[in-house]
Design a protein around this ligand. Structure first.
Ligand SMILES: NC(=O)c1ccc[n+]([C@@H]2O[C@H](COP(=O)([O-])OP(=O)(O)OC[C@H]3O[C@@H](n4cnc5c(N)ncnc54)[C@H](O)[C@@H]3O)[C@@H](O)[C@H]2O)c1
Ligand SMILES: O=C(O)C[C@H](O)C(=O)O
Length: 329
């Protein structure tokens, strides 16, 4: 162990993603085998006891890299000194709730969390929002952290990226390591666009390897885009271990970089690239280096892709307009 512990704040720590995520962070899979971590867990008061139970189990894991666990029900305290923040806790959609109600309920969570990050997080803070609607929750938090560089706020589409890799791997009978430059564009919702337009399979253009356009349009794209709903239907609960795994991947890549000749997908603040309105937190193909995610530039966008990117980005713009109307940004 060579360095001071990194403070990792996790919200929704007593939830099902939290349960899968915390042990992987403690074991060193988030930040690497030489980096000790201090966990700062945030829960609502009613769930603090359950978070204490998870903390007892973490303790019982005797993880060499875990240098401490603190539990809070106050965002101001939980984000104090945070270097990495995983915003997992969110208000799920309840029966009869309209989209506006859901956005408003989540505004009540992500506004104070953004303010707390602004007030007390470390200067190198990196934020990943997992809680849904993830892109717009990230936008709300970012809007309330004016002193933090906007590009430190990201939302998770790495799970969608991993799902796309898995579907392609299964269809083509190749390991996921043979697949490069797959991309998820837009919102983490059913409108997202999983794209193979620039992808490579064992060094060949994926568009030359996959000539079955009907499979792409009618199978691959909807399977990836609606996978979250399919998991809920099968499990009776939303994805948890795969979501935790993707969160680990997202932060690990952010810190350690993407390999030469490949990229990944993340929802990052748009700089206007590819016609995505500036400021929206939208998924793009991204590379990471020196602790920064950057949108891949200069890709040609064909008409098929253009229509799908626009549809998902329009949904993001509608969500932004809705939270603006509610006074949340
Ligand atoms: N982006 C993605 O790819 C992706 C994938 C899967 C799930 N999700 C989303 O992740 C979120 C969490 O999923 P889960 O299965 O762990 O849910 P869960 O209901 O099991 O746990 C959520 C936890 O958040 C806590 N919480 C609620 N409000 C909070 C607040 N203000 N501060 C701190 N904690 C708070 C709850 O008490 C609960 O323990 C959901 O919104 C889910 O839709 C996103
Ligand atoms: O929680 C959900 O609504 C689904 C989740 O975002 C997922 O993609 O698995």
């Amino acid at each position: 162990m060579t360095q001071a512990p990194v403070n990792v704040t996790v919200t929704g720590a007593a939830g099902q993603i939290g349960y899968a995520l915390l042990f992987r962070i403690a074991s060193g899979q988030l930040l690497g085998p030489d980096t000790p971590v201090k966990l700062r867990l945030l829960e609502i008061p009613q769930a603090v006891k359950a978070a204490e139970g998870t903390a007892m189990e973490l303790e019982d894991g005797a993880f060499p890299l875990l240098s401490g666990i603190d539990i809070f029900d106050d965002p101001k305290q939980a984000f104090e000194g945070a270097n990495v923040a995983l915003l997992v806790g969110a208000r799920p959609r309840a029966k009869g709730m309209e989209r506006g109600d859901l956005l408003e309920a989540n505004g009540g969570i992500f506004k104070p969390q953004g303010e707390a990050i602004n007030a007390g997080a470390a200067s190198d803070i990196k934020v990943l929002v997992v809680g849904n609607p993830a892109n717009t929750n990230a936008l709300i938090a970012q809007a309330h952290a004016p002193d933090v560089p906007a590009d430190r706020f990201t939302a998770m589409t790495r799970l969608d990226h991993n799902r796309a890799l898995a579907q392609l791997s299964k269809k083509l009978g190749v390991p996921v390591t043979e697949l490069k430059k797959v991309a998820i564009w837009g919102n983490h919702s059913a409108t997202q666009y999983p794209s193979i337009a620039h992808a490579e399979v064992s060094g060949k253009a994926a568009t030359e390897v996959i000539t079955d356009q009907a499979w792409l349009t009618d199978d691959f794209i909807p399977t990836v885009a609606k996978r979250g709903a399919a998991i809920i239907e099968a499990r009776g609960l939303s994805s948890a271990a795969s979501a935790a795994s993707a969160a680990i991947d997202h932060v690990h890549t952010w810190v350690n970089g993407t390999p030469e000749g490949d990229w990944t997908s993340a929802a990052v603040v748009s700089d206007g690239s590819y016609g995505v309105p500036e400021g929206l937190i939208s998924s793009f193909p991204v590379t990471a280096a020196n602790g920064e995610y950057k949108i891949v530039q200069g890709l040609e966008i064909d008409d098929f892709s253009r229509a799908r990117i626009d549809a998902s980005v329009n949904e993001l713009a509608e969500e932004r307009d809705a939270v603006k109307k509610l006074g949340l940004i």
